[in-house]
Design a protein around this ligand. Structure first.
Ligand SMILES: [Zn+2]
Length: 414
């Protein structure tokens, strides 16, 4: 076996043969002069053979995955061909995408690493800088998602998410049946979501949407009602629970402000306890909440109301759920707690958007699962500065297109 053949086998090089090799930079880099395996030059656009016009004087360089700590580079002088359809073009390079500076298998490793570890760690493994890594990632994802179409969207979830240390917002659109993200857009205003409906879905697709799930903001409700004529709106359970929790917390805060030193001491640590769903509380904790009945009637009252409302989500019969809803609202309205009364007014206004939950059981909870992943992504990058770098990782990890699977199968190896 010749030494070049040996290198080829050892490094599992595909679609090319090694002509020469040399080490550079005190053996830190291995440079391989390569050539495509097959004879004949193909047009990169139509894959048809074209007549070779000439060979480029300057070699092109591609970075391949590092081997045992050494960086690996390919060099090759591409040929220009005359394609009957596309005219004068540079031949197709079988080991790399058009105009790419790295090989397919480098791209594949980059995608897999980026999905499971911090960008810094991925960059270290690949021996490139973090900024190069995020540039490359953006190129690959943009290339692979180009012309990508959303398919079979029936239950749509819309939510907002913050990035860049909470300074900036993006709108995120979920396919709740398949639980993945179909789109990420800049900002959280109406024009962002309008743009999505107008440009990413056809009229036919919009008509086929059966359910729309979002928070209580008029922005998303308005957009779903405007663009999806056949969709039933289901307000997201988690946003409602959150709003009620905040109302209860408002009562707690008021009482805290009024309390004297010993009163404050008694109210300490209550915040998280109040937020907790009854099924997640220990007996001890429930006891201490009950003791509030003697200690602080107002907080106690708000907490009891909050606990009672949990029952609403358990109903499977819409009529019974509605009866419960009405009676709960009535009781809550008599509570003489302003923040609770405000909450009642809000959910009463949205009653017809709340009740469909009973039959559809639809929540952005799938997206809640996705949100957890997105949060992990956010933490990993410790605050994205641009929406692109943030949405790249969302598309990569929870998007509707398997990006790494778009790399030609024979180069899908790490
Ligand atoms: Zn062509």
């Amino acid at each position: 076996m010749s030494i070049t053949k040996f290198i080829q086998r050892l490094l599992k090089l595909k679609a090319l043969s090694v002509k020469k090799f040399k080490f550079k930079n005190w053996y830190k880099e291995l440079w391989l002069e390569v050539k495509p395996f097959k004879n004949g030059a193909l047009c990169p656009h139509c894959k048809k053979r074209g007549k070779i016009i000439h060979t480029l004087h300057e070699p092109r360089i591609w970075r391949d995955i590092p081997v045992c700590g050494r960086e690996v580079f390919f060099t090759y002088h591409p040929r220009e061909i005359n394609c009957k359809i596309h005219g004068r073009v540079q031949e197709e390079i079988p080991w790399a995408a058009l105009n790419a500076r790295v090989t397919y298998r480098f791209e594949y490793s980059l995608l897999i690493y980026s999905a499971i570890m911090t960008q810094k760690a991925a960059a270290q493994l690949l021996k490139i800088s973090t900024s190069t890594l995020s540039d490359l990632l953006h190129r690959i994802i943009t290339r692979e998602r180009k012309g990508h179409k959303i398919k079979k969207l029936k239950s749509i979830g819309i939510d907002e998410i913050s990035y860049c240390k909470g300074h900036k917002y993006a709108t995120i659109v979920y396919d709740l049946d398949r639980s993945h993200v179909v789109w990420v857009g800049k900002g959280k205003a109406r024009d962002t979501i309008d743009w999505f409906f107008k440009n990413k879905l056809s009229q036919y697709q919009r008509k086929r949407i059966v359910y729309g799930c979002c928070d209580m903001s008029e922005t998303f409700i308005g957009a779903i009602e405007r663009w999806c004529p056949n969709a039933t709106l289901v307000l997201d359970r988690f946003h409602i629970v959150k709003a009620l929790n905040e109302a209860v917390d408002e009562v707690r805060k008021e009482e805290w402000r009024k309390a004297d030193k010993s009163g404050k001491k008694a109210l300490k640590g209550l915040r998280w306890l109040i937020f907790r769903h009854s099924s997640n509380r220990t007996e001890e904790e429930t006891k201490s909440l009950k003791s509030l009945y003697m200690g602080n009637r107002r907080i106690h009252r708000s907490w009891v109301l909050k606990d009672e409302f949990e029952q609403f989500w358990e109903y499977s019969d819409q009529v019974k759920a509605e009866e419960f809803f009405d009676s709960w609202c009535k009781t809550a309205n008599r509570s003489r707690l302003d923040s609770i009364k405000k909450f009642v007014a809000t959910i009463k206004k949205h009653k017809k958007r709340l009740l469909p939950f009973i039959e559809s059981r639809l929540t952005n909870a799938v997206s809640e699962g996705l949100n957890r992943i997105i949060k992990i992504i956010k933490n990993r990058a410790s605050g994205f500065r641009t929406l692109e770098s943030f949405s790249d990782l969302i598309y990569l990890t929870v998007g509707d297109l398997d990006i790494s699977d778009q790399i030609p199968a024979r180069f899908q190896a790490i």
